[in-house]
Design a protein. Structure first.
Ligand code: PHE
Length: 500
């Protein structure tokens, strides 16, 4: 072995004092070294064949809360069978339970285990005892743990060891593993120690003083071992989903858009009616939209705007359309909901800002009444952008979207016709994912209809697009369960790169 370092020398000396072998804890005690220093020394002594590392697993077993309860009162099946015997070996199961004063949650457990242990049969509610119910090893182990506290599994008798897995599966005990490491001198190690080790102080930090006085020539400088395993460091970082949100916002900002935000609780008026979505539209149903229980209603905007929106729904007003041809209800429009899309944010903004040019965006939370599974969440994010200007056309929208996607690293984009109640023409944009060799729908888009713009007195064309952010996140993060984005699984967050 090459020249020994200070830590290694001290570890060898400690081993000598300990008679040739000792646990890492003992070596720390005797040598005065830190845990990490001993571990590092142990590894290099092992490589140099001066010492051997032995590992032993130690498993501690302890009673759970329920386990303690049963240890004191007896297992449920024991309490029941004793009562049955007292009642003459035959009685209704119900009576036994009652007399044994068994807690509700243990009733089925008691009947199940009485059968499994072959103590009794239960047929049509009648219990018959079969044999003398001997004390089982499970009961013995429970008693022991209750009397003596947590034990090492390795020290239990062979008989009691057999009961560990049953009690574990019944959740009456828990086990914890710990690896104990012991270091032992090899013959070569002994020889070296016997020749005598003189600990030479090592310098790990070169100071100005050492350089100026020239003393650096005499001291022993510690060599770096660049291959030694170091402790893993997990620096704080921005959550992967938040990183993607910020990236999307940056793409908008670079393209000259301004961020706007709106309220999560919104009236149906802004979420649906203002967007020419009829009041019997399926998306408004309870199963798709969250309605607030308290308060139930919110305020509507100025009278004339409500009137023009109402007329547009009923007969098209002056928009040139026939509308949806039904009687529009103020009450329905006042209902408070959790917004189901961020288009509610942009239409609200347009109602207040009618002069071109306008380029605004929102990346924010929306809510849908979905059953949560690997593909669906009830709370998620949408990306939304609008452009209002004189003479903008669908071609501008397509060009803008291509550029927007390009900034997000999505180079191949296709557009095909689609439908939304508030846009005409409407399109769906799909992007190509080279890693998965598939196309994915990302944002719906279109030009707001006159039925949306005219009631608010907006005179210029408006380009709009919007879609889910989580879909994009799944692809970027290479995961297929959308719930992972919100689970805050530390392991996953740590494995995700610092910069996506
Ligand atoms: N709001 C639509 C959705 O939730 C997307 C969209 C936005 C479509 C703007 C057209 C224009 O899917």
């Amino acid at each position: 072995m090459a020249e020994l370092r200070e830590n290694e020398q001290k570890t060898l000396l400690a081993l000598e004092k300990l008679g040739g072998s000792g646990s890492i804890d003992r070596i720390i005690e005797v040598s005065g070294l830190a845990h990490a220093a001993v571990m590092r020394a142990a590894l290099s002594l092992k490589t140099g064949k001066l010492a051997k590392i032995r590992e032993q697993t130690r498993t501690t077993i302890a009673l759970s809360k329920e386990g303690k309860h049963h240890a004191r009162k007896g297992l449920p099946e024991r309490r029941a069978i004793e009562e049955a015997t007292r009642l003459g070996g035959e009685a209704t199961f119900e009576e036994i339970i009652e007399k044994a004063d068994l807690e509700d949650e243990f009733v089925t457990i008691a009947s199940g285990w009485m059968r499994r242990k072959g103590w009794a049969t239960i047929e049509k509610g009648m219990l018959k005892t079969l044999k003398e119910p001997e004390t089982g090893t499970d009961e013995k182990l429970l008693k022991l743990l209750d009397k003596k506290g947590p034990q090492l599994v390795e020290n239990l008798s062979e008989e009691l060891k057999n009961a560990v897995s049953t009690l574990k599966s019944r959740r009456l005990v828990g086990t914890k593993k710990k690896i104990l490491r012991e270091l032992e001198l090899t013959d070569a190690g002994w020889e070296l120690v016997k020749r005598g080790i003189e600990v030479v102080e090592e310098i790990s930090q070169l100071t100005p003083e050492l350089v100026m006085t020239g003393r650096w020539r005499k001291v022993k400088l510690r060599r770096f071992n660049v291959t030694a395993p170091g402790p893993a460091v997990y620096p704080g970082k921005i959550h992967p989903l938040q990183q993607i949100i910020e990236e999307v916002k940056e793409a908008f900002l670079e393209m000259g858009f301004t961020e706007i935000r709106g309220s999560i609780v919104e009236t149906a008026f802004w979420n649906f009616d203002a967007l020419f979505q009829p009041q019997d539209h399926p998306a408004r149903e309870m199963m798709d939209t969250f309605y607030l229980a308290q308060p139930k209603e919110g305020g509507l905007p100025k009278k004339d705007v409500v009137k023009t929106v109402a007329k547009t729904h009923e007969n098209g007003w002056t928009t040139g359309s026939r509308g949806w041809e039904y009687v529009w209800s103020r009450e329905e429009a006042k209902r408070l909901i959790l917004r189901t899309h961020t288009t509610a944010v942009t239409i609200r903004y347009l109602a207040e800002h009618k002069e071109p040019p306008i380029k605004v965006f929102s990346v924010d939370r929306i809510y849908r009444n979905e059953r949560v599974d690997y593909q669906h969440l009830a709370e998620l994010h949408q990306i939304e952008g609008i452009i209002m200007d004189k003479d903008v056309t669908l071609r501008d929208l397509i060009g803008t979207l291509k550029e927007f996607y390009r900034k997000l690293g999505l180079k191949k984009v296709k557009f095909w016709p689609s439908y939304f109640p508030y846009t005409e023409p409407s399109a769906q944009s799909v992007v190509y994912l080279p890693e998965l060799k598939t196309w994915m729908e990302l944002c719906g888009m279109g030009m707001f209809r006159p039925e949306v713009l005219e009631p608010f007195g907006i005179k210029y064309p408006v380009l709009a697009w919007g879609g889910g952010l989580e879909r994009l996140a799944l692809v970027r993060l290479g995961i297929d369960d959308i719930r992972a984005l919100y689970k805050n699984d530390l392991g996953w967050i740590r494995r995700t790169p610092l910069c996506l």
